[in-house]
Design a protein around this ligand. Sequence first.
Ligand code: GLN
Length: 545
Amino acid sequence: MARSTLSTSRSKTKYIFITGGVLSSLGKGITSASLGLLLKERGHTVTIMKFDPYINVDPGTMNPYQHGEVYVTEDGAETDLDLGHYERFIHENMSRNNSVSTGQIYFEVITREREGKYLGKTVQVVPHITDEIKRRMTVYDKKYDVVIIELGGTVGDIESMPFLEAARQLNLQIGRGNSIFIHLTYVPYIKAAGEIKTKPTQHSVRMLMEYGIQPDILVCRCEEDLGKEVRSKIALFCNVDEDAVVEASDAETIYEVPMLYAKVKLDDIVCRKLNFHSSKPELTAWSKFVQKVKKPRHSVTVGFVGKYVQHQDAYKSIAEAFIHAGALNNARVNIQWVDSEGITTENVDEKLKGLDGILVGPGFGARGIEGKITAIQHVRENNIPFFGICLGMQCAVIEYARNVCGLKLANSSEFKKTKQSVIDFLPEQRSITSKGGTMRLGSYPCVLKEGTKAHEAYKSQIIRERHRHRYEVNNEFRETLEKHSMILSGVSPDGRLVEMMELADHPWFVGCQFHPELKSRAVEGHPLFVNFIGAALVHASKATA
Ligand code: GLN
């Protein structure tokens, strides 16, 4: 039977559990990522894990309307979007070990039970499920100085109970000074009464205590300054040191959060409680980046043409990549979300008016496709910068095939079967029927052609990018596309798969089959986004000249 890999004596790795109370959406992900950054910049090695209470094995099959973007890791795991925040903040690659769901835990335990590995025992939530949770929580033991474990959901939810129980046991086994609990809570300000209310926080801490967990630090989300008096009251009633009750005030940008936490000394308190003797975090580059995000000199508006535009979490990484690329261009990037279903040849001019570039994003299914293709034709013919990501590149190829190569029936076999399927199943995808985790996923190498915009952006011949798709450019049509001057600027090392395309006689028209947004990080940005925004700025300056 699998056991926690942790030795009960002493472990070098310190653990920080982050729980949430009162409400969801308080920013546990950003808090975990920000604390991770502060500890990293104090010189510690850090990784961050997310434990989600849902029964899906991973969010790969979930509707982005409900769950937001699916974030793909280097090793091809389809994970929660919070892992994107972790990577963007701490600049470390996460792996499939960093994203755990109830579904995965049960899948593992039930598989083991069917194999007869429990030797006749009754398999139960405690200890079998909790043991498996502890095993997952400690996979990085002795590999990092700190493992931050974000527990999804809100304290009190039925489905998060086994995670809290596992965390309680682990905390006990690891021993004092080696593990702490940080509880993120909400302290509302009631306008009518003109008062800050601590009762919801008291109740959520009490509930945590019912599970046997005493929080060490309380991080209080509030719109008003808490003040010393309220902090003392919370400390006294929640049994927490007075200086361990800290404020999380609203920030102008999520990238400012680490600096706000440093200001209230969250990292100092954490280090004191974990017996770390490290000096203040080095945040010079980060602060400069935040300054650029908050007060850039220029501004540019790009259109995001997509299907889930009402639910912007569905494209979280793209929105963040624009912020990074904007900062590097000293520009604020305003995104205008354009629903592709409403675009027609009659209104495309109006719909895309005033935009200095458009991005057609990833997606699945036929809905809204013709609108995307119409938008692409418009920007191609009007020399407006274009960036196509995954489905966006596939739509660009379809548009070009129809309107330049004369293949009137051109389409993707994902949407319609025609003789001109310029986008078709990847050969290895043809026989796959199971939906979960079976796409072409994760990081693959790509060889870039010299002299192309792709090469100019990356300044490198071999790149690695992350994928999540079943369809590709159909090789039968490669020659036709190239004959009509489409440049296939990036291909897989064996030459079998088209990974990037672009047009020479256009200011910036680039498509990629992979998801560059997943590798864009704060401070550094991603070359394709940086150059796309650069081209949009040139377009904007010409428009006003
Ligand atoms: N639906 C397309 C495919 O599977 C594109 C996927 C995507 O945009 N991530 O190939």
